[in-house]
Ligand binder design. Structure first.
Ligand code: SF4
Length: 116
């Protein structure tokens, strides 16, 4: 059955049609970048995960964090459970790695703002 998805690679937002029964053929893409996006979105959708974590001893400040590359959408919940257990000790700097290879992916969870 053909799936319809919107390409989010650029703001144009093409309406893609992806056919899993025909080697994930992609149509509706205005440029070639829509093809790998459409295939991946059906086979193994991934997203960069952004969140915040607690700073130890500071109930008012949370530190923004994100994965340094996309992780499988199916692992988002597991990743959030890990992130919710993190307490950072300031100071921290942009790019500091908090969790390496989060949920068995190639991505690291990193700090997005200097604090302290
Ligand atoms: S297919 Fe190309 S033009 Fe269309 S939204 Fe995706 S990246 Fe943009």
């Amino acid at each position: 059955m053909i799936e319809e998805i919107i390409c989010i690679v650029c703001p144009r937002g093409c309406h893609l049609k992806v056919d899993p029964e025909n080697d994930y053929e992609v149509t509706g893409n205005a440029c070639p970048r829509g093809i790998p996006y459409g295939k991946a979105e059906l086979k193994n959708p991934t997203r960069v995960l952004t969140s915040t974590v607690i700073i130890a001893g500071d109930d008012l400040t949370r530190c923004p964090v994100k994965t340094d590359q996309a992780i499988p959408k199916a692992k988002m919940h597991e990743a959030m459970q890990l992130i919710n257990q993190v307490k950072l000790n300031s100071p921290v700097k942009v790019g500091d790695v908090i969790i390496e290879n989060i949920v068995g992916s190639d991505a690291n969870l990193v700090v997005c703002r200097d604090i302290g």
